[in-house]
Structure formats: C-alpha cells, structure tokens
Design a protein around this ligand. Structure first.
Ligand code: CUA
Length: 315
C-alpha cells in the first residue's frame, strides 16, 4: 500500500512543509488526523464492548438512557467536533490569503503542457522554473491559456487551479532554501503527467543575481557553430513559436528560450537539460513527450547540432 501511495523519499510531501502557507495547512491536517484517531479509537472501543458484553447484561438498566446516548454521541459530540474544525479551517484559510505589500509579484500561466513564468517588475520571462528569495512573501497571479490546470507545490502551498479568464492568486513565503517540485494537479490532456515545474528558493543575494542575469537579453554566440545555430533558429519555424530576447525570434506559442541553457530540465521536467536531450527534443519532441504540441521539424543533423550549441550557451 505504501508503494502504491508513492511514499518514497523523493516525492514532495504536504506533511514536510517548507513554506508559510504549507505549514499552516499541515497544522490543520495534523489536527484533523489527531481528532480522527481519537474518534476512531472511541467508536471501535464501543463496538468491541457491545459485541463482547453478551446477552446476560441486556436487561440491566444502563446509567444513561438510549435516547440520551444517541443525542450525545450521535449529534452533540459530532456537531462540536465539526464546528471546531470548521472554525480552524476558516481562520487558517483567511490567514494564508492575507495580501502583503512587500510581496514579490509573479505571473504563472498554465499552457498545455508547460508553465510560463513572468516577473512583471523585473522584466523576466522564463518557463517551468520559479526562483524565489527565502523569507520574502511571494504573490503569484495564476492564469491559463487553454484548459484548466492546477498549480501545486506540496511543500510550499496548497493547490490552486489556473482557469482561463478567471485569474487566481496564490501567496506563500519560502522558509528554507531548496528546490521544491511542483506538478499540474488537474487532468489537462495527454501530457498532464509531464507538466512539472520546480520552485528554487534561494538567499536574497542569489535571487538578485539570478534575476539580473535573466533580465538581460541573449548573449552573442561565441563560436562559429553557435553563430550558425542562431541563424538557423531565427530563420526557421523555431522563431515562429519561441522568443529569444535580443534576436528577431519573438514567438509566444512555446516557452521563452532566452536563457534556456540555465534551466535544469526540458519539456516541463520531461527530461534533464543536456545537449544530447536537446538535440533529441528538436529532432522528435514526440520521443520524450508523445502528443506534445511542438511539431517535428525537418532540420538537417548539422543544423540541429548548431542550434543546440547556440541554445545551450544561453545561460
Ligand atoms: Cu496541466 Cu494537468
């Protein structure tokens, strides 16, 4: 049962919170679990007692009448428990939704099957990776470009749906530096399972350096191969869907590739980002992600190597 529940150490767990919001949610979860255990033990104890005490006691007068027992055990006690849990749930929900004027604003858009990430105040657009400074409140505006997705980083916050035409807001503060995995938590089509992302929480200094680097346009190619790669990229259909800031490539259909070389994975965590995987990806995106909306292109082997050299150098 534990294997089926995917309870391996590598899975992100809601009961191992690393953010302000997830800590509150985990607190409510443990309270409900504790109350559930007490109720279970009491009811199971009464069932066992009723089953074992036998018929000879059946006629003896009980200290408490049947009607009073039903009123207390069946109505008053459950109502008090539910009322208490209801109050805790509502006050916790309110507490984790309080806006904070110091918050770092981020905009995340769900797209089949990846995440567009924008930092409007920093002028950054990236994909499938959110960098956040530890200790600073984050306010994420969630939207969708096509169908309903759900943005979920179990160790940092609760899950919130991204709905076309209906922006939602998610707030949290990362408490510990680290990489926290996120998943799309709403079935959204063929590659729902490969719609992962990562939140990288780092010190404010490291975040500042990352943001400064990401805000810059792409660097000039430094080798002959990379220069040819840029030419192929800009002149082929790549540029129709992808943006590389600082070049004529300004498509908005696929992920912004301005600093793609600095990202850990390709295809929304489908594979690790290596030159080999990127070459495979360009030749046949379907290989790693069947059903992916990126079409297969007729680009010669040499040109693919050139594009890979160009993109992997964009850090
Ligand atoms: Cu997007 Cu599931």
């Amino acid at each position: 049962v534990l294997l089926l529940a995917a309870c391996s150490g590598a899975s992100p767990s809601t009961v191992d919170p690393k953010g302000s919001e997830s800590r509150e949610i985990a607190g409510v979860w443990w309270l409900m679990f504790g109350v559930g255990v007490v109720v279970y033990v009491v009811v199971a104890g009464l069932v066992i007692r009723a089953a074992t005490r036998g018929r000879r006691h059946a006629r003896r007068e009980s200290r408490i009448s049947d009607a009073a027992f039903i009123w207390i055990g069946g109505i008053i006690v459950p109502a008090l428990i539910l009322l208490g849990l209801g109050v805790v749930t509502v006050t916790t929900s309110n507490a984790i939704r309080q806006p904070d004027s110091r918050a770092l604003r981020v905009e995340v858009t769900g797209v089949r099957w990846w995440w567009q990430v924008r930092y409007p105040d920093e002028g950054i657009t990236t994909a499938n990776e959110l960098h956040v400074p530890v200790g600073r409140p984050i306010q994420i505006r969630l939207g969708s470009r096509d169908v309903i997705h759900s943005f979920w980083v179990p160790q940092l916050a609760g899950k919130v749906d991204t709905i076309p035409g209906q922006p939602n807001t998610l707030r949290f503060t990362a408490e510990t530096a680290g990489t926290y995995l996120g998943e799309c938590a709403e079935f959204c089509g063929l590659q729902h399972a490969h719609m992962g992302f990562a939140v990288i929480a780092e010190s404010p200094g490291a975040f500042g350096r990352w943001a400064a680097r990401e805000a810059r346009p792409a660097s000039e190619p430094t080798s002959e191969l990379a220069a040819r790669g840029e030419m192929v990229f800009v002149r082929s259909s790549c540029a129709g869907c992808h943006t590389v800031r600082g070049t004529p490539a300004a498509g908005d259909v696929g992920p912004d590739l301005t600093h793609v070389g600095s990202r850990g994975t390709l295809g929304a965590r489908a594979v690790t980002n290596t030159p080999d995987h990127l070459a495979h990806w360009i030749r046949a995106p379907d290989f790693f992600k069947p059903g992916v909306l990126m079409p297969t292109h007729q680009i010669s082997g040499d040109d693919v190597d050139a594009v890979v050299a160009y993109l992997e150098a964009q850090r």
